[in-house]
Design a protein around this ligand. Structure first.
Ligand code: ATP
Length: 214
């Protein structure tokens, strides 16, 4: 049986220590050798990231440069149109083969809006969902049918490692009160982001003036 492989999707505008610390904790807990960061292309009708796609990837590269756990998958940015997560998962499943355990990492806030994702009930046909705790978000879904779906698919560590897909793992990760929205707000106001972002990312943002002006 191949080892569990994980992808972590996000806007990463910018990547921060909440993302990185959760992913590192999950890798230790679940014996994962590689977490692939998957920056999203944001659909035109939604508020656009402040950083360009190129800048968001540059920040990812700087954030992970000294940590072999991480790699970057830019496939969603290389398309002209935004991709649904389910479409990317279909491609990933084809690439890793039918039997490799594959996980998609999300935060608790994303789990609470999972029923707004395209074809959300099919997601578990392709991967496990690993859910990192996030302070300030409810532990239960407000829609009882969605909550029942979450409970029904609850999986433990051996199940994630031995089955290719189908489980939802609510991970007991540390609580990181860090969000990209708050970081951008702090940078707009010239406030320090020490300990919220890797130093290499802070340096790049300071040098380029990214996020300084709205
Ligand atoms: P924003 O504040 O702009 O919404 P964000 O900080 O949530 O941004 P995203 O790039 O949107 O960052 O997040 C990508 C994924 O990482 C999402 O599934 C989100 O739930 C998760 N995530 C982000 N920050 C944390 C955190 N501090 N703890 C746990 N999960 C997180």
């Amino acid at each position: 049986m191949s080892k569990l492989r994980a992808w972590f999707g996000g806007t990463f505008d910018p990547i921060h220590n909440g993302h990185l610390n959760c992913a590192r904790e999950l890798a230790t807990l679940l014996d994962i050798d590689n977490v692939t960061l998957l920056p999203n292309n944001v659909p035109p009708h939604r508020p656009q990231p402040e950083a360009s796609a190129r800048q968001r990837v540059e920040l990812l590269k700087l954030a992970i440069h000294d940590d072999p756990l991480f790699s970057i998958d830019t496939r969603e940015l290389e398309r002209d149109t935004p991709s649904w997560t389910i479409d990317t998962l279909t491609l990933l499943r084809a690439e890793v083969g039918e039997t490799t355990p594959l996980a998609f990492i999300i935060g608790q806030d994303s789990l609470l809006s999972i029923n707004r994702w395209e074809r959300w009930q099919e997601i578990l046909d392709y991967c496990h969902l690993i859910v990192a705790q996030r302070p300030g978000y409810a532990s239960q879904h407000s829609d009882s049918k969605v909550q029942a779906w979450i409970t029904r698919h609850n999986a433990n560590v051996p199940q994630l490692q031995q089955q290719p897909c189908g489980g939802i793992f609510l991970a007991d990760t540390g609580l990181y009160t860090i969000s990209a929205t708050d970081i951008r707000r702090r940078l707009h106001h010239g406030l320090s982001c020490q300990n919220l972002l890797p130093d290499s990312v802070i340096d790049y943002i300071a040098t380029t003036g990214l996020y300084r002006h709205r």
